[in-house]
Design a protein around this ligand. Sequence first.
Ligand code: CIZ
Length: 310
Amino acid sequence: MNNKTDNPTEKKLVKEILSMKKKRGAVILAHVYQPGEIQDIADFTGDSLFLSQQAAKTQAKVIVFCGVRFMAETASILSPEKIVLLPEINAGCPLADMAPSEKVKSKIKELPEAVVVSYVNSSAVVKSLSDYCCTSANAVQIAQSIPAEKEILFLPDMNLADFTAKKAKRKIIPWPGFCPTHHLLTREDVIKAKKLHPQALLLVHPECRPEVCDLADYIGSTRGIIEFASNNPAKEYIIGTELGIFHPLKKNNPNKKFFPASENMICRNMKLITLEKVLYSLQNLEPLITVPEEISKKSLKALNRMIEIT
Ligand code: CIZ
């Protein structure tokens, strides 16, 4: 929790949120793609897996998940006894929506021998159909844990699938989905940014296109990007991921410079949550995210297999 706003309306809202949070015995989690003012009121900020693990560890009975739907679902799967709130019910993930469960079921039928690995950015039903879950931080490690002779059906992100196949040296059948925010970054955008900032290192997320990743000095998850920039002596970085990450990058590294690979890398869904909505959620204990027990139990197996490996 680190909100130091001078805006009186925001100050009042933050005060009300904190008092309501105490009354409810709640914990606020915010993804690093959330608006800065939301990250600043959170007890924990980070990637979806880290946040869900915090959700599982905390003694708090109420979790306000400031992120998108699949993240709140993952928190609910890991902590089914807790009240998980998503302050904006329409905060979805277009990438997760590109793998509808009925289509995934028929693909699995077509490939009965394949091991099914689903990226955490997928619906709870798709997770329940999978052998393993993975995040962008551990996709390579999960793939490497699968015997080399096995085919892997990897969903829903084809760019992360490509990155994982190359790094893990595994036979991967990609699902044809992509994150619209990362996929819009082109090789031309990157070349332009490199010309403007010739000293800067290029750090990109593996949801970016392969031809963009080919130009990068580092490819990694949000957590990986933050750690790389914080630990590396270089002073300038071009960042190829959702722009919300600039908030922790700048906060943790006040003496370094960060430039966007493209100003357009904004996930609209991640920006739907506001301070007003967080307050409403705490006051009314809604919108509530639950996952049907049968689906939750099966998804938990895939999530736990990932957690055991990593
Ligand atoms: O797992 C996450 O939180 C996402 C969506 C990206 C990342 O790299 O952390």
